[in-house]
Design a protein around this ligand. Structure first.
Ligand SMILES: Nc1nc2c(ncn2[C@@H]2O[C@H](COP(=O)(O)OP(=O)(O)OP(=O)(O)O)[C@@H](O)[C@H]2O)c(=O)[nH]1
Ligand SMILES: [Zn+2]
Length: 202
């Protein structure tokens, strides 16, 4: 994949106009996925020179748009907007629905989970990778934005590892809260057990 360049920056007042966010598109990603950078200026003193707080957020239509209780994505996205709007930084909204397998396949995986398979086994039953995401694209987006150092908002060590491998300096791992409910507890526990997500449950 060649380097990315910035195509367009457009201000959008989000959260019913209460939060100003700059949506950024890119040239040069031949996947055609239309990944989006979202910049928040931040309201804290000194945030201009600070290392930006960055969240790599993988698309989850069911969670992000409809607030699904089967995962924690919608709540994490809200948390990211709150924090990054305070501290200044970026959400990179990556079009990697279902950890890269797509929305229809995620629904197939959910149907298998309803029969008792866990979140990773269900993908494997479909002959799909348990996590098919490549965060190299996020590193390219950061490079196009002129960002070489980040504070990363995540509990997923793989995101930091992949950024480091692509020459982005992750100077701090900032944990997200654990948004647990009766529907997503097994999903979250399985991420901690199988993929070393740093989740602390009550
Ligand atoms: N295949 C599959 N994907 C899921 C399932 N539940 C949620 N997802 C997807 O998992 C992804 C979660 O992305 P993130 O919240 O960015 O990342 P994360 O790996 O949980 O790491 P954090 O940064 O700690 O939140 C989204 O693309 C969801 O659509 C599931 O049961 N099966
Ligand atoms: Zn989700």
């Amino acid at each position: 994949m060649s380097d990315l360049t910035i195509k367009r920056r457009v201000m959008i007042p989000v959260r019913a106009g209460k939060v100003m966010a700059e949506f950024i598109s890119f040239n040069g990603d031949d996947s055609g996925k239309e990944h989006i950078g979202i910049y928040f200026e931040g309201s804290q003193d000194g945030s201009v020179d600070a290392v930006p707080l960055v969240r790599l957020h993988s698309e989850c239509l069911t969670g992000d748009v409809f607030g699904s209780g089967r995962c924690d994505c919608g709540e994490q996205l809200d948390e990211a907007i709150d924090r990054i709007n305070q501290e200044g930084g970026y959400i990179l909204y990556l079009r990697q629905e279902g950890r890269g397998i797509g929305l229809y396949a995620k629904l197939e995986a959910y149907a298998l989970q309803d029969q008792g398979y866990d979140t990773y086994q269900a993908n494997e039953m479909l002959h799909l990778p348990d996590d098919g995401r490549d965060f190299g694209i996020a590193a390219k987006m950061l490079q196009a934005l002129g960002v070489s150092k980040v504070r990363l908002l995540t509990n997923n060590p793989d995101k930091a590892q992949q950024l480091l491998e692509h020459n982005i300096d992750v100077i701090e791992l900032v944990p997200t809260k654990v948004h647990v409910n009766q529907h997503n507890r097994l999903y979250l526990e399985t991420k901690a057990k199988r993929k070393q997500h740093t989740l602390k449950f009550d």
